[in-house]
Write a protein that binds this ligand. Structure first.
Ligand SMILES: C[S@@+](CC[C@H](N)C(=O)[O-])C[C@H]1O[C@@H](n2cnc3c(N)ncnc32)[C@H](O)[C@@H]1O
Length: 284
């Protein structure tokens, strides 16, 4: 995948959306026929990787999604966060799910490239899933300025309310320089709010030395027609890079430390997922 504002919806976005539905995390309105078709093709390959090498993409995906849900849900529940921007939301159920849980206490803005935004808006509207304070808008994570930039969207939010930004499943498609550009834009944006949280799924290089995981990485790269990038070797490097991008505090949640992800910690694939929580210094 070469992320550009003009590209058509990627097969992985459909497949991922269907995956959340198949695992009972999503609403039938977000399960597309394209997703079902791709899922039917990819599932036997994934089963093969699991049986031959013990690597479970299902565990990885569920650990990443449930881990982010848990950390984000806690921050909202504790009243630290009242606005969320989800970048590259795709067909993720999170916006709908959190709005059901928190109602008008939460403003949730899902964002993606324009074609996905049009599809998501239609699916949510057709399913009757949109509520006040829940919107889907076009945002290109790579745009520094202009109407589809994060900076422009942030101006539409309440500067007095704690804000979180989520980028589930996006950053490993980006090369290191591009990824750091995205992180810098996120840190600068979050610094404009009294509290600013950034949440992302993260993997370390040393954990991918298992042949099944490598085979899966190669398969996924071929499928998305682009290289996948694992950005960090260890926790110290994560902290140093995120701080150089403008974040004040960096925390990594292990799957074994959160109730929602503990069951995946002993499964190869699930054990590789870290949830990155990076905080901006925040406006005084
Ligand atoms: C594999 S999907 C992940 C979707 C979702 N976060 C999830 O976990 O279900 C990746 C998404 O990234 C979006 N995307 C790709 N490049 C982007 C960019 N430059 N800015 C915003 N979104 C982008 C795609 O349109 C796609 O919906």
């Amino acid at each position: 995948m070469t992320p550009t504002a003009s590209e058509r919806i990627s097969p992985t976005a459909y497949a991922t959306g269907y995956f959340w539905y198949r695992h009972g995390l999503s609403h039938p309105a977000l399960a597309t026929e394209e997703g079902r078709r791709i899922d039917r093709i990819v599932r036997p390959l994934l089963l093969g990787t699991r049986l031959l090498g013990g690597f479970s993409l299902d565990a990885l995906m569920l650990a990443r999604h449930r881990g982010i849900d848990r950390v984000l849900g806690d921050a909202i529940e504790q009243g630290r966060i009242g606005q969320v921007i989800e970048i590259a939301a795709g067909l993720s159920p999170r916006g709908w799910d959190l709005k059901q849980r928190f109602g008008e206490r939460l403003t949730y803005i899902e964002t993606d490239l324009p074609q996905m935004v049009a599809l998501k808006q239609r699916l949510l509207a057709d399913g009757g899933l949109l509520t006040p304070g829940h919107s889907v808008v076009a945002l290109d994570a790579l745009a520094d300025s202009g109407p589809q930039s994060l900076a422009a969207l942030a101006k539409t939010l309440d500067p007095k309310v704690g804000t979180a930004i989520v980028t589930e499943g996006l950053m490993n498609y980006l090369d290191p320089a591009t990824a750091q550009g995205v992180w810098r834009r996120i840190a600068a944006t979050l610094a404009q709010f009294p509290q600013g949280f950034y949440l992302n799924d993260l993997y370390l290089k040393q954990r991918r030395n298992n042949p099944a995981a490598a085979a899966f990485g190669a398969l996924l790269s071929a499928f998305v027609r682009g290289r996948m990038h694992v950005h960090f070797s260890n926790a110290e490097e994560v902290a140093a890079v995120m701080k150089s991008c403008g974040f004040a505090d960096v925390m990594l949640h292990q799957p074994s430390t959160l109730e929602e992800t503990r069951r995946y910690a002993g499964i190869r694939g699930g054990d590789s997922v870290l949830i990155l929580e990076a905080r901006a210094a925040g406006k005084a």
